[in-house]
Ligand binder design. Sequence first.
Ligand code: FES
Length: 235
Amino acid sequence: MSNDRVDRGAHGVLHTAAVTAGESLLPVEGVEEVDHSRRHLLTAATVGIGAVGVAFAAVPFIASWEPSARAKALGAPVSVDASKLEDGQMLKVAYRGQPVFVIRRSKSVVAALGNHDDLLADPKSEDSVQPDYIKASGADRSRTPDYWVGYAVCTHLGCSPLGAFEPNNPYQVQGTDLGQNWPGGFYCPCHGSKYDISGRVFKSMPAPKNLPIPSYTFSGDARIVIGEDELPKSS
Ligand code: FES
């Protein structure tokens, strides 16, 4: 499944990209994506088994872009406007040449995060890569529960996992049965690793660690600055 789209962002910069389900990780420059198809899914605490046959849908793109692609490639912070995300939607941006997920999570999904720790390989993220303030947030693995930010890079061999946010739906990702107790999260189609919605990997998966999380902070309620722990102090 492949989707191409070209957008001109708010700053007049042209963006074009393609996403293929299960693609190997390659630098993704100049792309912000929103998965509109997941709208409202995270608001559902439970989805009936009767909802089988729902394929992972196309991933359309929106785009805005700051600063320049060259600056980003050199490691400059990336500012992301996540204000248009609704519960269950996902945005993908490039930071230092690697894709980063920004996800809006509903209160019910966040509240359920502590219910499956016994199924996870590293529920407290002791052996995973993230800033200290993310580790200290426990199961949330986030600075604020309703937005989750993390690298879209599987810790097995670096494929980009797919969003599989719908709980208890056994056939939602390319016909793959994620199990009747699936709490919602990410699925890596390359070798089948599964992560919860905080990027915590399940036990007995090829992937050894949780999805890594970059430094980030907020410059507004829904403006996320990836690559900074804190905003620079104004003089
Ligand atoms: Fe993700 Fe192998 S690269 S499971």
